[in-house]
Design a protein around this ligand. Structure first.
Ligand code: T3D
Length: 269
């Protein structure tokens, strides 16, 4: 596939931006070029005030198989005696900006995991706010099989999502985890029948798009920060955040709509 081809497909349905990873023959594994197009797509969605939710999915039978282990463009990042690749430099150059971009999106991001999500592809999905997976999808912490630790935020996300014991089991063994099991252990939000994935993800994104974006994004931030705080500090953070949100138009609108017994129309972003 040449660099000029679309490795990421874009579509807009109302206030929802759909981003589809588009290297189906290689299970949408990440090349340097796909990283560039994905980051540009996320930046564009973040900058477009009409976008109030993002859905990310994969073309074909896979969601994302992590790093494309054959991408020669990645080798240009550094040197290692045995492989010629500085893997850490690849992570810093491509996966760090991607993970940080998703976690700082000004609107909620839904991962619609349509098939296998392996390595950084699994953790890229877990970086998203809500993860919905097709029953036929699976999650694999493939890193140990190639002599690496989880990346793309996996070391931070996994124990927080499923606890240390399961995080270690998933990361050390690298077994394929079914979407059903992923939902049962709290790794993802929801598992649905394959045929229902696209409609479920869109409906979820449309619901999120109608909610107050700033409050949702602040919820993400406060929850993440509170995990590293004691209870009293978390209470302080909540109060500070409410002070700021309480000055927003969305709060006034929410209260006015409640009093008038009408649906709210949230617009802050
Ligand atoms: O520089 C760095 O390495 C940085 C590190 C980054 C973090 C990571 O993501 S490390 C983890 C990298 N990913 C993996 O190790 C996963 C490798 N893939 C697999 O283990 C399997 O493909 C799957 C379990 C994901 C799926 O298995 P299966 O049997 O359903 O499909 P398949 O036949 O293995 O794959 C289908 C095709 O996709 C195949 O190509 P072909 O033979 O039809 O031409 C396969 O080579 C290709 N493919 C799958 N994963 C990758 C890939 N090509 C390149 N890179 C891949 N990661």
């Amino acid at each position: 596939m040449s660099q000029s081809e679309s490795l990421v497909l874009l579509a807009t349905h109302g206030a929802v931006r759909h981003i589809t990873l588009n290297r189906p023959a290689a299970l949408n594994s990440f090349t340097s070029a796909m990283h560039g197009q994905l980051l540009a797509a996320l930046d564009a969605a973040a900058a477009d005030k009409a976008v109030r939710a993002v859905v990310i999915t994969g073309a074909g039978r896979g969601f994302c198989a992590g790093q494309d282990l054959t991408d020669s463009a990645m080798a240009a990042t550094g040197t290692d005696k045995s492989t010629g690749i500085d893997v850490g430099a690849v992570i810093e150059r491509h996966y760090r900006p991607l993970a940080l971009r998703i976690r700082s999106m000004p609107v909620p991001v839904v991962a619609a995991v349509n098939g296998v999500a392996a390595g950084a592809g699994a953790n890229f999905a877990l970086c998203c706010d809500l993860v919905v997976a097709a029953r036929g999808a699976s999650f694999i912490q493939a890193f140990s099989k190639i002599g690496l630790v989880p990346d793309c935020g996996g070391t931070w996300l996994l124990p927080r999502l499923v606890g240390r014991s399961r995080a270690l089991g998933l990361a050390m063994l690298g077994d394929k985890l079914s979407a059903d099991e992923a939902q049962r252990m709290g790794l993802i939000w929801q598992c649905v029948d394959d045929a229902d994935l696209a409609a479920t993800a869109l409906a979820l994104a449309e619901r999120l798009a109608k909610l107050p974006s700033v409050a949702l994004v602040e919820t993400r931030r406060v929850l993440d920060q509170a995990l590293a705080m004691d209870f009293a500090d978390a209470l302080t953070l909540e109060a500070k955040t409410q002070t700021s949100l309480g000055r927003g138009h969305d709060f006034a609108e929410g209260v006015a709509a409640f009093s008038a017994k009408r649906p709210p129309h949230f617009s802050d972003r």
